[in-house]
Design a protein around this ligand. Sequence first.
Ligand code: CS2
Length: 495
Amino acid sequence: MTPPRLSLATWHERLRSPLPEQVRGPAVDPAALTVGQVHLGLGAFHRAHQSVYTEDAAAATGETGWGVLGVTQRSARVAEQLDPQDGLYGVLTAGADATSLRLVGSLRQVAFPGRQTPVVLDALAAPTTHVVTLTVTEKGYRRGPDGGLDLADPDVQADLAAAAADSDEPARTPVGLLVRGLVRRAKGAGTPLTVVCCDNLVDNGRVLARLVGQALDASPALVPVGAWARDAVRFPCTMVDRIVPATTDAHRARATDLLGLHDEGLVVGEPFTQWVVEDSFAGPRPAWERAGATLTHDVAPYERAKLRVLNGTHSALAYLGALRGHATIAQAVADPDLAELARRYVDDDVLPTLVAPDGTDLAAYRDDVLTRFANPATGHTTVQVAMDGSQKLPLRLLSTAADRLAAGAVPHVAAVVLAGWVAYVRAAAAGELVVAGRTVPLDDPAAAVLAEATRGTPEQAVDGVLALRDVVPAAVGEHPGFRAEVVSALHTFTR
Ligand code: CS2
């Protein structure tokens, strides 16, 4: 018999019989909350991370004004998963030795911009909304080659035209949607707002502030809004961390087993979670520190250590692991050659570029990260982490390489990792990359450019990639010693 679908009613019904000890109900009742936070990019990561912090903060303080309006990005699917469940969903925590399930009640409403842009704009303008969080992935920001807003992008242009007209038409980009919300807010009560970027970008708050500033400068109609925003809107930087793989049928079956209810909105996370937030808010915020977040004046050392140690090594294991046929990150890091390479990468290339955040021992941090990668229970795939390399590698790998070269050292392992990416791109673009019996396509917004750049001999492929200025900084791309090492490493992959 199919178990009933999770909802407030079925959950209350479920409470009539005992729960397994690994299951915890929502810490707050979604029906008792009003919206105080809008989240753009309602994917699995938000649901397993910030939404949980917001719920725990509300539970700790008893405040009922921190319900979340979650805005989906690309499709209405998430709304279809969560609406029938009254916004309730489970987070399955998959540890190496134990699994637990908690339901989260902080999601008050779900909106899909394709249909409900006016709902989102009104929520962004509402004086009761104090915080906007974003997880829209690196590519979601629509940045151009100089890192600023890509004003030539037709979707960005459409959103800016809609912003100038303050119209209700469907938003096409997250930054466009945010800017349009700011326009409406400035024209309304003009209550201050804090916008919290939670993506893996370097200086994420400053980056987003710049994009919003550029959008508001782009049209004379928006100049007064820009002047208001400079005073009234804050963009704190953050470092977010939790490994959240795609939910699989096996995860769903496990959750159904534990809960006795079927949850279409289930997300999965590792036991570890961390959030470091710059304490710079324009108005009230959820008491995230009561939920374990660190509020600090300087996020940069945390963010840089996380991007370079965790994300950089993650990508290394993803490309090199997939090339060796490993389906998951746990399998890749269990491969002695790759474990050794990952450790050498951190020790030789990454750690010399870092300043330890307060109270952090970077060698211990490296060990913790490698242990987290080894957790087999998440099932995090190499192919998932390998996605969007053109967007991720500049931030997590090539910045490290640039710093080492500037210090006069050739980052040998970074060169091997870059060669691994080139080999991965070549194989995937040719339809020849097979991982766990499946042919893996090249999943990257720059797939066509990458396929073209990596054609020919290994030397030509390396030169093609090193010349991509959107991806590789000139100081790295034009360094002969680094090039020689990438070429020689690529030969070992293509042999
Ligand atoms: C991963 C990240 O897919 C990826 O690129 O490196 O999503 C990683 O799992 C998170 O940043 C961990 O906090």
